[in-house]
Design a protein around this ligand. Structure first.
Ligand code: 1CP
Length: 383
């Protein structure tokens, strides 16, 4: 089977009309709420530093060079698919959530071993004037065209093996990086902005949401077959502040995308926002809610179903998740047992198996294989 996946470093091909037919649609069927013979499985950050083949590419190539060079982005996206050809049910385009702040005019560097660094973050409301998204002639499509090229090229490289996911960072999470200038333990600067300058915060969030929505639709045009919105720092907000500063923008993005691409499954991952499951199910148009490991899957299912019963006309919401990624550091028996328990806790219904957050650089690729194999076996046994 691996031989059926062509070499990704072949010349880029941007022609969508000749796209190969999809052979494994398990992910898409589950995301649409259909019953499937087993749970589809993929992992957030499945391309990344835990793979020696990824580190080898990064020795020679700066992070954003990989993102901006379609042949390289395709190659890295394909690495986990080539390593686990019969086990992964989706690929996710190699890029980063910070391509949006970059497109909006902020400089973003990726510091090896540390993560993103924005040397000139937004410090005061007047700094919003430095953003270029409202300039005449600004087009998110044009600024982010390199991602579209990478997506189209990767669709060809995948040759219909599994669907390709596109993604964006959600407005609050991107604002957090734009104000902090990088990752943070407390996000105190970004949260202080929300409370000191709520109007400017809303303006910034609205502008990011507009770019993100346009970018998602563009990714579909380029060949993305499903989409995910990462609100990675939702858990930094209180339920009240999530309602004010995150949820409306998530809802706005979902409404825009579902109106233009009604058949493309759309997932939200609001890490740490277990308190908002009901709101995400009933007040947004997301098809799939991805949960982290702090939520019990059976409880999440029950809460979402209860909320949906009170909201007539709303179709079924699928759940994705949620094994604690650090269980990949446990011995194999423990990992197998806990993965099977997780599948059981989601029940036999539509479930997209995943970790509760991304792969970590120190993970052993062979433990990921154990996780993937166990999901196949355990979720099939539940049907
Ligand atoms: O499979 C894949 O790797 C897909 C590509 C992908 C995605 C979906 C990358 C590559 N990053 C992301 C999303 C992303 N980036 C998120 C949302 C998901 C999550 O919560 O994990 C976030 C918060 C970022 C920001 C980011 N980029 C961080 C986190 C820093 C922090 O604040 O804790 C880091 C370390 C990066 C760099 C990055 N992005 C991707 C990779 C493989 C890496 C490692 C850096 C490297 O290669 O040097």
């Amino acid at each position: 089977m691996p031989s059926e996946i062509p070499d990704a470093q072949a010349a880029p091909n941007y022609d969508l009309a000749t796209m190969p037919a999809l052979r494994n649609d398990l992910y898409l069927r589950a995301a649409r709420g259909e019953a499937t013979e087993r749970a589809p499985v993929w992992c957030m950050r499945q391309a990344g530093r835990y793979l020696p083949e990824f580190r080898a590419i990064r020795v020679e190539n700066e992070f954003f060079r990989v993102c901006r060079t379609p042949a390289l982005a395709t190659e890295v996206t394909m690495q986990p698919i080539r390593r686990y050809p019969e086990l992964l049910d989706a690929a996710i385009i190699f890029s980063d959530i910070l391509v949006i702040p970059q497109a909006m005019g902020l400089q973003v560097e990726m510091v090896p071993g540390k993560g993103p660094h924005l040397p000139e973050p937004l410090r005061e409301p007047r700094d919003l004037a430095r953003l270029v998204d409202q300039c005449r002639g600004f087009s998110a499509d044009r600024e982010l065209d390199y991602v579209y090229k990478a997506i189209t090229n990767t669709r060809h490289a995948l040759a219909g093996h599994v669907p390709l996911l596109g993604f964006v960072g959600a407005p609050w999470t991107l604002m957090a990086y734009m104000v902090e200038g990088g990752g943070s333990k407390t996000f105190a600067e970004a949260k202080a902005w929300l409370f000191r300058h709520p109007q400017a915060a809303h303006e910034l969030l609205r502008r990011i949401a507009a770019v993100a929505a346009e970018f998602l639709v563009g990714q579909v045009r380029a060949g993305a077959q499903a989409l995910q919105v990462f609100e990675s720092w939702a858990g930094e907000l209180s339920p009240r502040d999530f309602s004010e500063f995150s949820l409306p923008y998530l809802a706005q993005i979902a409404a825009h995308v579902k109106q233009r691409c009604p058949d493309v499954p759309l997932t939200v991952f609001a890490k740490g926002a277990h308190y908002a499951l009901e709101q995400l199910a009933t007040e947004t148009a997301f098809d799939v809610i991805s949960i982290d490991w702090t939520v019990n899957p059976a409880e999440a299912r029950a809460r979402v179903d209860r909320a949906l019963r009170g909201a007539p006309g709303r179709r079924r919401v699928v759940l994705q998740g949620n094994l604690d990624p650090t269980l990949l550091f446990a011995d194999e028996d423990t990992l197998r047992r806990r993965t099977a328990e997780m599948c059981t806790a989601f029940g036999g219904g539509p479930h997209i198996a995943n970790l509760g957050h991304g792969m970590m650089p120190s993970h052993d690729p062979e433990r990921l294989r154990v996780f993937l194999e166990t999901v196949h076996k355990a979720s099939r046994a539940l049907r």
